[in-house]
Write a protein of this length. Structure first.
Length: 95
């Protein structure tokens, strides 16, 4: 089963995070991208590695938005994907 957004995403929106940003919110973004399956170092810096991961994320899940920045629609999509992963893990039978 492929992960997908459950609702249409609005186009664009103001940039929330981008190259050069730093802090706990960037670290949380990095952790979320890691939980989705992207290999990114959690260091709280929107560094070149994070830029590349964000571009890869957009290429896969939001191909109309091929940039290295995060807006509200991207955050909503990441949140939706994390929810889907949690539901799939919860339904997984125990061994």
């Amino acid at each position: 089963m492929a992960l997908a957004a459950s609702a249409p995403l609005p186009a664009g929106g103001p940039v929330l995070f981008g190259p050069g940003a730093e802090g706990a919110e960037v670290a949380t973004l990095q952790e979320a991208l890691g939980a989705i399956g992207y290999g990114v170092l959690v260091n709280g810096m929107f560094d070149p590695q994070t830029e590349a991961v964000v571009r890869a994320f957009h290429r896969r899940f939001r191909p109309s938005h091929l940039v290295a920045t995060i807006d509200a629609a991207s955050l909503a999509l990441i949140d939706d994907l994390l929810d889907q992963i949690m539901r799939l893990n919860f339904r997984r039978p125990t061994e």
